[in-house]
Design a protein around this ligand. Structure first.
Ligand SMILES: Nc1ncnc2c1ncn2[C@@H]1O[C@H](COP(=O)(O)OP(=O)(O)OP(=O)(O)O)[C@@H](O)[C@H]1O
Length: 681
C-alpha cells in the first residue's frame, strides 16, 4: 500500500478529524484490560504441570461466584496470584537462583559504538520505566538486568536507534519490550489510535516484527506479561490462522502490534492497520529479517506503507548474529544509531557444551539412536550430560571466580546445575490412561534436520524405535505446528525434530540437548540452533553430526568452538586447515577483533566492559585492513559498501585474489545458500 494521504508527510500528525478521543493506556480501566488479557491466556501457557508438583491452579471454570470479582473479594492479591499462574521465568527456581544463573553473563565484554551513548545501568530501578512495568518485572522474577538489558534499555529509553547483538538466551526480548512498553505508557499523544470514524484501521504506536509465527506468539505472550495491568493494548498477527479473528482483535485498538511480515502486509493492504503512527519499530532476529528471504517484504513495510521515516520513529534491531553486509543493509533503516555487542558478534555462549562427531550420512540414524539410548541408560538418563554439565560449571567457576573472587562451592552451585528440574516421574493423562513420564522426559531434546521430508521421516523412525518424537516444519498447518510445540514443551513427546523454523528465538524451558542431525548451511544458523539450549544462564549440550558434506563449515565451526572455550576435535581442526588452504577462503570471521562485537562502521568506536565506558582506538577490523592493504599498495582492497564476495551454492566466498588483510574485516560472511531454508514464515 502506498501512502494514503491520511497523514501529513512533514509532521506525521494525523489529519483525520472524526475519531473517538484517545485514552492513554495508563488511564484505561485496568479491569477491562485484565479481563481481555486473562481471557487470552492460552491454557498451555498457564503454569506447566510438568514442572510443578501441584496441578495448575485456575480460577476459570469453577462455576458461579468464582470469577475475578469473587477472587478479589476473598483475596486482594488475587491478581498477583493470577499472574503467577502464567508461565513466568522458571517456576522451579527461587528468585535468588534466577539472579545467580545470570551471573554467568557477568564476564562478557560489551562494546558500544556511536555518539553520546547513554551509560548502562546496574538495576532496573535506575531506569524510569514506570511503576506498572516495574512491578511486572518483579513479578517475572527479573531480579537484575542481564548485560544486554543493562546496556540496551537506557539507550532505547533515551530514544536512540539501536543495533544490538547479544548471545542467544541472554534476554534480548525484554531489552526491546521494556522500552517500548514504557514509551507507549508514557505517550502523551491525545489522538486516537483506535478504529472509528471514517476508517477502521488500527493505528499502533509500536510494531515488533519476527520471522516465524511461533516466535511472534512468544514475543506477544512475553510482552503481555510485561504489560500486565498497565492498560497497554497488545495484539499479534501471524499467518496460518484465520485472519478475521486477528482483524476483530485489531478493531478493538492496539498500542503494540507483534507480527510476522507476510500477515502484516496483508492486514495493511486491507487497510485494517495503518503504520502511520508508528513511533517504535523493533525487528527481532533482525539479520534474518533483512536477509534475502525477507528483505523485500521488510522494505515494503518500512518504506512504502506510511511508516514514519528513520529519525522520526525509533528503530531497534536485535539478534545474536549480525553479518557485516546485513549491518550495512540495516543502516538504511536506522538514524544515528548505537551499535551494541555483548560478547563477540555471532559467537555462542560457553554455557553450551558443544560436541562434534564425525558421522557419515548412512550412519546418522543409528548414531542418533545410540546417543538417545545412552541418555536414558541405567534410569539415570543424561548421566553423561550431567557430568559434562558439571565440567562446564566447574570450568565456568574457574573463569568467573578469578574475576569475582567468590568461593568455589558457591560458584558451582550458581552455574545451572541447581536449575535442573527434579529427577522424578510425573503422571500424564492421555486417552484416559495414566502414563508415567520418566526422568528422560524432564530433559527435552531438539533435533535439527535439513528438510521437511527428513523431519517427518525421522519422527516416524524415532517413534518406531521407542523414542516419542514429533516433527515441526513449514509444511505442517499452523495448528499442527503449535500442537507439536506444545507436546514437546510439556514433555509428551520429549524429542522435537525440526527444520530451521524452530532455530531462532524460541525459548523452551528445559531443552537440555540440541542435536544437529544435519548441519545447517552456515555458522550463524548453527549459533541460533544450539542457542535453544543453555538459556538464561543455564547449561546445555549441543551435539553436531558432521559429515563429508559439511566440509565448508569446518573452519567457521572450529573457530566458533575455540571462541566459546570448547574442545575442538583434532580431525575438525585438520579439516578446517585443509579446507581453508584448498579453497578461496571459505568462511571468514572477525579475526582482527580480539574481543567484543564488531560494528561495521568502526569509525567512532568506543567500548565498555561492564559499566566502565572508555574509548578504544579503531585499530582493528576495517581500518587495520585498509592500512595494511594500503601499505602494500594492494588494489584488491575494496572500500566499505563495495561488493567483496562471490556467491557459490552454499556460502559467500572471498573473491579470488583478495589478500588476507582485506578479507579479515569483511569476515563473517553470510551464507545466502541457507536463505531457502525450509519452514520460514
Ligand atoms: N533479567 C532477567 N532475569 C531473569 N530471567 C531473564 C531476564 N531476562 C531474560 N530472562 C529469561 O531468559 C530467557 C531468555 O530470554 P530471551 O528469550 O529474551 O533471550 P534472547 O536473547 O532473545 O534469545 P534468542 O537469541 O534465542 O532469541 C527467557 O526465559 C527470559 O524470561
Amino acid at each position: 500500500m502506498t501512502r494514503t494521504g491520511m497523514f501529513s508527510e512533514s509532521t506525521w500528525k494525523p489529519t483525520r478529524p472524526t475519531r473517538p478521543r484517545y485514552l492513554p493506556p495508563h488511564l484505561r480501566s485496568p479491569q477491562n484490560d485484565n479481563a481481555a488479557f486473562l481471557d487470552n491466556v492460552a491454557p498451555e501457557l498457564t503454569r506447566s504441570r510438568f514442572y510443578s508438583p501441584q496441578p495448575a491452579r485456575t480460577t476459570r471454570g469453577r462455576g458461579r461466584g468464582r470469577g475475578p470479582r469473587f477472587a478479589a473479594r476473598r483475596n486482594p492479591n488475587w491478581e498477583d496470584e493470577k499472574f503467577d499462574e502464567l508461565e513466568v521465568v522458571d517456576d522451579t527456581l527461587e528468585e535468588a537462583n534466577v539472579a545467580n544463573n545470570l551471573e554467568a553473563y557477568e564476564d562478557i565484554p560489551v562494546q558500544a559504538s556511536g555518539d553520546d551513548i547513554p551509560p548502562p545501568v546496574k538495576t532496573f530501578d535506575e531506569i524510569n520505566l514506570g511503576d506498572g512495568l516495574k512491578q511486572n518485572i518483579r513479578r517475572c522474577n527479573y531480579i537484575k538486568p542481564t548485560p544486554i538489558q543493562r546496556h540496551a534499555i537506557p539507550i532505547a529509553v533515551a530514544g536512540r536507534d539501536l543495533m544490538a547483538c547479544a548471545q542467544t538466551g541472554s534476554g534480548k526480548t525484554a531489552a526491546f519490550c521494556f522500552p517500548i512498553i514504557s514509551g507507549v505508557l508514557k505517550d502523551p499523544l491525545a489522538v486516537t489510535r483506535r478504529g472509528g470514524g471514517v476508517s477502521t484501521a488500527a493505528c499502533p504506536l509500536a510494531l515488533i516484527l519476527a520471522p516465524t509465527r511461533e516466535l511472534s506468539c512468544q514475543i506477544y505472550e512475553e510482552s503481555k506479561k510485561f504489560a500486565y495491568k498497565t492498560g497497554a493494548q497488545i495484539a499479534v498477527a501471524y499467518g496460518g490462522t484465520p485472519i478475521y479473528q486477528q482483524l476483530r482483535r485489531l478493531e478493538k485498538g492496539v498500542d503494540i502490534l507483534v507480527a510476522t511480515p507476510g500477515r502484516l502486509v496483508d492486514i495493511v493492504e486491507r487497510a485494517r492497520v495503518s503504520l502511520g503512527m508508528i513511533k517504535y519499530l523493533a525487528l527481532d532476529e533482525a539479520d534474518r529479517m533483512l536477509d534475502m528471504g525477507f528483505e523485500p517484504q521488510i522494505r515494503k513495510i518500512v518504506e512504502q506503507m506510511d511508516m514514519p521515516p528513520p529519525g522520526t520513529r525509533q528503530t531497534m534491531l536485535f539478534s545474536a548474529t549480525f553479518p557485516d553486509e546485513i549491518q550495512r543493509l540495516a543502516s538504511d533503516f536506522l538514524s544515528d544509531y548505537v551499535f551494541l555487542a555483548v560478547g563477540r558478534v555471532g559467537s555462542s555462549t560457553d554455557l553450551i557444551v558443544q560436541r562434534v562427531e564425525l558421522v557419515q550420512e548412512m550412519d546418522k540414524r543409528n548414531h542418533l539412536l545410540d546417543l538417545l539410548r545412552s541418555q536414558r541408560s541405567n534410569g539415570t538418563p543424561h548421566s553423561k550430560m550431567f557430568s559434562m554439565l558439571n565440567e562446564v560449571a566447574c570450568h565456568h567457576h574457574e573463569s568467573s571466580s578469578s574475576s569475582t573472587g567468590s568461593s568455589g562451592s558457591q560458584q558451582i552451585s550458581l552455574c545451572g546445575l541447581r536449575a535442573m528440574p527434579p529427577l522424578d516421574t510425573y503422571m500424564f493423562k492421555h486417552a484416559d490412561k495414566e502414563i508415567p513420564f520418566y526422568v528422560l522426559q524432564h530433559f527435552l531434546t531438539l533435533v535439527f534436520v535439513e528438510t521437511k521430508k527428513r523431519a517427518d521421516e525421522l519422527e516416524r523412525w524415532l517413534s518406531r524405535n521407542g523414542f516419542p518424537a514429533i516433527a515441526m516444519h513449514g509444511d505442517k498447518v499452523q495448528m499442527e505446528r503449535e500442537q507439536a510445540l506444545r507436546s514437546f514443551k510439556c514433555g509428551a513427546t520429549p524429542i522435537l525434530v525440526a527444520t530451521d523454523v524452530a532455530s531462532r528465538g524460541l525459548d523452551i524451558p528445559h531443552v537440555a540437548h540440541v542435536i544437529n542431525f544435519d548441519m545447517p548451511k552456515n555458522i550463524d544458523d548453527y549459533v541460533h540452533r544450539i542457542g535453544r539450549t543453555g538459556r538464561a544462564g543455564k547449561c546445555g549440550l549441543a551435539t553436531a553430526f558432521f559429515s563429508d558434506r559439511n566440509l565448508s563449515l569446518a573452519k567457521s565451526l572450529a573457530e566458533l568452538m575455540k571462541e566459546s572455550n570448547q574442545e575442538v576435535p583434532t580431525w575438525l581442526s585438520q579439516h578446517a586447515e585443509n579446507y581453508s588452504a584448498g579453497s578461496a577462503g571459505g568462511w571468514v570471521r572477525h579475526d582482527a577483533v580480539d574481543f567484543g562485537g564488531y560494528d561495521y562502521r568502526k569509525g567512532t568506536a568506543s567500548s565498555s566492559t561492564h559499566n566502565n565506558t572508555y574509548d578504544v582506538p579503531a585499530t582493528d577490523g576495517y581500518y587495520a585492513a585498509a592500512a595494511a592493504a594500503a601499505s602494500v599498495n594492494d588494489p584488491t582492497f575494496l572500500s566499505s559498501g563495495d561488493c567483496y564476495a562471490e556467491s557459490s551454492n552454499d556460502d559467500y566466498l572471498v573473491a579470488d585474489g583478495m589478500n588476507p588483510y582485506a578479507a579479515a574485516p569483511y569476515g563473517y560472511m553470510y551464507g545466502y545458500g541457507s536463505v531457502i531454508a525450509s519452514g520460514w514464515d
